[in-house]
Design a binder for this molecule. Sequence first.
Ligand code: A3P
Length: 272
Amino acid sequence: ESAFKYRLVNPQNLSVRRFPDVLIIGVKKSGTRALLEFIRLHPDVRAAGNEIHFFDRHYSFGLNWYRKKMPPTMSGQLTMEKTPSYFITSSVPGRVFKFNPKIKLLLVVRNPVTRAISDYTQAFSKKKDMKKFEELVFVNGSYEVVDTTYGAIKIGVYAKYLERWLKYFPLSQFLFISGERLISDPAAELYRVQDFLNLKRVITEKHFYFNSTKGFPCLLKSESKATPHCLGKTKGRIHPVIDDQAIERLNEFYRPFNQKFYQMTLINFGWS
Ligand code: A3P
């Protein structure tokens, strides 16, 4: 009975599933889960918990399927989802544009060398008999020719993928988030996100503490948990030690692409 009354009084505030206003489009292994878990602390944000993969894998299911995957919201709340493969899938920018040309796009980026190692570490955790990182990344056993067909390497050429998105969306619709800063100063990065989304600055330093055992910032409280907690075991894995010379060669490989990415985004991420 009270629900009925409420509807009559305030029909705008019905809790219904709405299409996303904001997408976290990538980049895989750059801190996309951390960003989603941090921004959803905001009372005016509701997010789908898992990766929906609508614009890449399940596009044929149609918009109604997509909307039903979203959490219920009150009017005025933002709806969000994150699917990191959107960034690198060529059909996605055009589909997203057709869906909503005004949508806001969040992209977390991190030093592509660290990102590649993180990507490798994840693959390694699933398949123990994998070759060493150095063997997969370089052709012919010497640290000279980088294997650009290896996925973990390819994804790090951010400029190439961003170019596709910029054919559809102006720079002003993107917010680029530093994966490094998301670790070293999550509150500062979250201020940028809240400002970009026109949200009140509710998420502050007070939400985070640095867990020195884990080596990452963790949350003091959140919507679902009143006690301190970190992201799951699969986030913040221990990376294998990679030969310094291999790292150096990879930094050199990425340097021109990084420079191009800085020019495109008007941000110097300071990677190399
Ligand atoms: P590693 O596990 O290789 O360290 P994604 O969520 O996009 O897959 O990114 C995973 C990466 O997010 C982790 O890679 C980790 O470095 C980074 N990260 C950023 N903030 C984190 C946090 N607060 N807790 C755990 N990992 C975090």
